[in-house]
Ligand binder design. Structure first.
Ligand code: ZN
Length: 152
């Protein structure tokens, strides 16, 4: 059995690194100039990437992680093995709070998130480490139970 890093083969980790860094080129960030690239390895073996997309109305912008995940979900992808996010700073940036929650909707808590600095070095943490005591789909009672609760 080949060595695995958080469940990824050496080749997969290299590809995650390269795709995350390359995705910075797709960023639309004329205001902050802060490029972010994201790559996601889907359970079916395919890759989805995205960059941050800013807007003249600043709060309307969307982070690279959510760009990539929205692309994945809207293309029917379910189940993800790893997510990489790359920036042009060092030490590496981690996903913002909103993105951590967004990822939580669709990924297992043990999914690794690789955070790349400008030199391609990385730190890695699981989603559960980045978002402890998180609130997810499994935190909500089923709709039938919710209806009962509101009547009590
Ligand atoms: Zn974010």
């Amino acid at each position: 059995m080949a060595d695995l890093t958080h469940g990824l083969s050496t080749a997969e980790l290299t590809e995650l690194t390269n795709r995350s860094i390359a995705a910075k080129e797709t960023a639309y960030c004329p205001y902050s100039k802060f490029r972010v690239g994201c790559a996601i390895l889907c359970n079916d073996g395919t890759w989805i990437t995205g960059g941050n997309v800013e807007n003249a109305s600043y709060p309307v912008g969307i982070c690279a992680e959510r760009t990539a995940l929205v692309k994945a979900i809207s293309e029917g992808k379910r189940g993800f093995r790893a997510l990489g996010v790359a920036t042009d700073v060092k030490p590496p940036s981690s996903p913002c709070g909103m993105c951590r929650q967004f990822i939580r909707e669709f990924a297992d808590l043990n999914m690794p998130i690789f955070m790349y600095d400008i030199d391609g070095g990385y730190e890695v943490m699981t989603l559960g480490q980045l978002l402890p005591m998180s609130f997810g789909p499994d935190s909500l009672p089923p709709p039938s139970e919710m209806a009962k609760l509101s009547k009590e």
